[in-house]
Design a protein around this ligand. Sequence first.
Ligand code: ADP
Ligand code: MG
Length: 290
Amino acid sequence: MNDGLRMVQTRTCGAWVLPGDPTCAGIARRLFRRVASELSLDGETSDDGVTMVSELAANTLHANQRQLLPANSELWLYLRGTGQRTELVCKVFDTLPGWVHGNVPGRTVRRAPADAMSGRGLEVVHELSDGHWGHHLTRSRLSGTGVRGKVVWFALPVPGNVKAGGMPPATAGDAMTELENDLSTRGFGGRLVRADDHAADMAVLSIASGLTVWCRSAAAWLRAPGAPAKHWGYCDLVEVGEQAVQAHETNIAAAGSFQLADASRTGSLTGSAQSRAVSRAVSRATGSRW
Ligand SMILES: Nc1ncnc2c1ncn2[C@@H]1O[C@H](COP(=O)(O)OP(=O)(O)O)[C@@H](O)[C@H]1O
Ligand SMILES: [Mg+2]
């Protein structure tokens, strides 16, 4: 395990392997507490986070033991949002397909019967996070090959004056390079098709399955087929990468196929003036039709 504290700043995501043995929850607690202290979280918020991360880590271990499969668990911590709306996002990744049984993360939870011996961990997460929790499909950050799995996550408010991870990217090209590097570590390396228009300070990245990210004027946009476009500032590039991977894995799962080879390599940007502008820029930059 990487026990050295990797600073969690804007635009970086701390990621650690969690062992598949009874030390799993204790190590997750220790790592969370150290990061919470670095971020100057108040005592109560930090204690709540420690309790929640402990529940999530213990759950991956139990689910793993039930299925007799290695869960390859990882702990991820990163900052989302800016100023007074900054939050610390905590995700526990595992490679177990789906949910074993019981409460599936969501906005509401079913209360465990009063005499139940188990089934309260996610109730606790729901209460302590004030409903800011959930789960989604994704890919490992540490395997280097994009191993598929899911995360269960929660988010906590943090003080607005947290450390910035260096200057924000100066150009769309720089921002896209950060995103491209992030996605490459998650197994998308050979699949990405990128085009830059430096004069227009614009960059477009086609991931797969019609999923496209484009950066322009200090904003990163994610377009997925059949979903409204979403956008973030460059301080949230970790979140953009997270959402792109989630959208990709969800699309693949919905299509009932896990063959990345089946996924389209080109994105289509149609339907809005901005999209057409990007298409034209990409055509200019690549000399081909988008
Ligand atoms: N990471 C996970 N992967 C698969 N199933 C999970 C995971 N976390 C929780 N579950 C399922 O949700 C149920 C409820 O979890 P929880 O509320 O923590 O109660 P308990 O751990 O006491 O069973 C678990 O029993 C398990 O079946
Ligand atoms: Mg539990």
